[in-house]
Design a protein around this ligand. Structure first.
Ligand code: 5GP
Ligand code: ZN
Length: 115
C-alpha cells in the first residue's frame, strides 16, 4: 500500500535491520527497542491489523506469522530466558503503524500486565 512504512520495509524500499525473511513475512529490529531484543514480525502483503485477514488464507497467514515469530525467537537465542509476542490493535492498545505487526520482546524480565 502506498505510504505505508512497513510495506516499504517489506519491499526493501526503506532499509531495516532485518533478521529473517520468508516469502510471506519479514522480521526486523524495532528502531525504538523496549527490550534488549525487540523484533517486529510483519506480513509482506498489507494487512491493517490482526482482525483483518479472513478465510483460510488469512488463518494460514496468521499461523505463519506466529510460527515465524517463534522460529525467529529460537534463532536469536531467546528460548532459554523466554520471550513475549504481542500485537497492538487500534487506539486503546496504542497501535501506531496500521500494518499488522507482532512485537517479539526478550532479553530481560518483562512486567505483567502491560501498561
Ligand atoms: P505499535 O505502536 O504500532 O504497536 O508498534 C509500532 C512499532 O514500530 C514501534 O515500536 C516503533 O518503534 C516501530 N517503528 C516505527 N517506524 C519504524 C521504522 O521505520 N523502522 C523500524 N524498524 N521500526 C519502526
Ligand atoms: Zn502496509
Amino acid at each position: 500500500m502506498a505510504d505505508c512504512i512497513f510495506c516499504k520495509i517489506a519491499s526493501r524500499e526503506i532499509q531495516a535491520n532485518e533478521v529473517a525473511r520468508t516469502d510471506d513475512a519479514v522480521a526486523f529490529r524495532d528502531t525504538d527497542p523496549k527490550a534488549p531484543t525487540h523484533i517486529l514480525i510483519i506480513p509482506t502483503r498489507h494487512v491493517a491489523a490482526v482482525r483483518d485477514p479472513s478465510g483460510e488464507a488469512g488463518e494460514q497467514l496468521l499461523g505463519h506469522l506466529l510460527a515465524f515469530a517463534a522460529t525467529t525467537a529460537t534463532a536469536l537465542g531467546l528460548d532459554e530466558g523466554g520471550y513475549r509476542i504481542v500485537t497492538n490493535t487500534g487506539n486503546d492498545a496504542g497501535q501506531s503503524v496500521p500494518h499488522l505487526h507482532f512485537h517479539l520482546l526478550g532479553g530481560r524480565r518483562l512486567g505483567w500486565p502491560p501498561g
